[in-house]
Every structure is written in C-alpha cells, then in structure tokens.
Design a protein around this ligand. Sequence first.
Ligand code: B4P
Length: 191
Amino acid sequence: MLNLVLFGPPGAGKGTQSEKIIDKYNLVHLSTGDLLRSQIQAGTELGLKAKTLMDQGILVPDEVVIGMIDSKLSENRDAAGFIFDGFPRTVKQAEALDGLLASYNESITVMVALIVPDEELKKRLLHRGQTSGRPDDQDEQKIKTRIEEYNSKTAPVAEYYRQQNKYVSIEGVGEIEEIFGAICDAIEKEA
Ligand code: B4P
C-alpha cells in the first residue's frame, strides 16, 4: 500500500498536485480541507463550528479532523493507498494517524513537502480568491494568519517524519508538470 502525506503551507500546491497523483497511482484522496468544506456546505453542526475557524484562517480542533480521517479510512478498506492532503497539520494529528494506520497494519510510506516562499503563497491565494469564493483566500490578514498557523503548529510535523526517515522536500515553485515529475520521482524512490 502506498500511503503518501503531501505537505506544505497554504497555497503550496497540495490540492493541485493531489489531483494528478491520485490519477497516476490510483490512490484515495483524503483532503481535510475538502472534507470540512463539504460539511459546511451540508450545513452540519460540525460544519458550522469549522466555518467560524476556517474563515479566520485558524486550524479546527484536532479531534474533529482525526475523527473524519478515522471514518474515511474505515470506509475505504480496499484502497490501493491514500494521499493525505492537508493532514496531518499538527504533531498530535500525525501521532493519531500513525495509530489509525497501525490498526490496519499499515504505515506512512513517505511525506513529500512542497517548499514555497511566503510571498509566492500570498500571491497564489489572493489570485485564487478572485474566483474560488473561499473567504479565507480573499483577505491578506486571513492569509497571514494561515501562514502563522502553519509556521507555529504545522511546520513541526516535518520534523516528526524526518525522525522516521520519511521526509522528502521538493521545490514547489515552477511549472506544475515539473513539480509533479519531481513528486513522482520521490514516490517511486521510496515506494
Ligand atoms: P486546505 O483546504 O487544506 O487549503 P490550503 O492549505 O489553502 O491548500 P490548497 O491545497 O487548497 O491549495 P493549493 O496549495 O493546491 O485548508 C483550508 C483550511 O481548512 C485551513 O486553513 C484550516 O482552517 C482547515 N483545515 C484543513 N485541514 C485541517 C487539519 N488537518 N487540521 C486543522 N484544520 C484544518 O493551491 C493554491 C493555489 O495555488 C491554487 O490557486 C493553484 O492553482 C495555485 N498553484 C498551485 N501550484 C502552483 C504552481 N506551481 N505555480 C503557480 N500557482 C500554483
């Protein structure tokens, strides 16, 4: 089983590259951002709570996203593998994911981190905000908060995987196809 964590700050290209990776490797795509946005759209209680935080660029509580991933893993027992996009975003989430996968005798194969400078992230997110309708993409202060959340809570997750010798970094600036090629090389080296 190929279990990939696609990692990087907001706007690094995780969602963009995930689409290409799932096609090539036939993986189940688990994006916590997408799962939360579908809860918001469905108007669930969880969605209403998450919306307040997401609109401000703040991470939602660990228990909420861990619960969502838990149920998606159990719904997809026949999968060839998973791509975790935007998850784990805290060390607590990373530990929980290891525990959930271990209960299926599985583990993370590799974490691929996309490296993109802050100025480029801001530019991409504001550009997407012109068409995405996402409140968190439309305001410079919210984007700044998301990058701060990443630096304080999410960046330490890279070290968690580095200690397991599963961390690979990729330059995330450039042509989407070239970045995809570099990700595929990293996957095939580790798988
Ligand atoms: P996410 O939905 O994960 O959104 P994101 O970090 O903004 O990244 P995304 O994948 O959408 O963007 P991409 O880089 O592909 O999270 C949103 C919010 O949900 C969080 O702030 C948080 O509140 C909550 N949340 C989600 N998961 C959570 C968790 N585990 N724990 C707690 N809270 C959680 O693309 C950005 C733009 O760049 C696109 O317009 C794209 O076209 C462009 N782009 C991509 N690659 C490019 C390239 N090479 N060159 C130029 N542009 C490029």
